[in-house]
Design a binder for this molecule. Structure first.
Ligand code: ZN
Ligand code: ZN
Length: 116
């Protein structure tokens, strides 16, 4: 199964719906029926943009402590057929989360166990 590169023919599970579950959680229901509930601050801290993660080394630039636990998504926009962009209420809007990345961030017990 999944390698890191996304190749044309590879099957990526897409979100069927994305909604605000409550003030601190974003819920994604996937096409395969899986449900993920993301803590919004954790999602903000996992921002994969070049301002938050060093593109070359993959090391985090963002200080997790600089992100407030109360950070909230203001807007979620689709990017192509593979990702979403999240605009945060702290003004950060360059994070593009691919579906693959989001799915790999799923914090549920099943996925955590699978990741080992
Ligand atoms: Zn970022
Ligand atoms: Zn999961």
């Amino acid at each position: 199964m999944g390698r890191n590169e996304v190749t044309g023919g590879e099957k990526t599970v897409r979100p069927k719906s994305i909604r605000k579950e409550d003030e601190f959680h974003l819920q994604i229901t996937w096409e395969d029926g899986h449900e993920s509930s993301y803590n919004t601050a954790a999602l903000r801290r996992a921002c994969p943009c070049a301002g938050c993660v060093d593109e070359w080394s993959g090391e985090a630039i963002l200080d997790p402590l600089a992100v407030l636990d109360s950070v909230k998504p203001v807007r979620v926009e689709p990017v192509g057929h593979y990702a979403i962009r999240i605009v945060w209420d702290d003004g950060h809007d360059s994070g593009i989360y691919t579906f693959e990345n989001l799915r790999s961030l799923c914090p549920c017990a099943d996925c955590s166990r699978r990741r080992g």
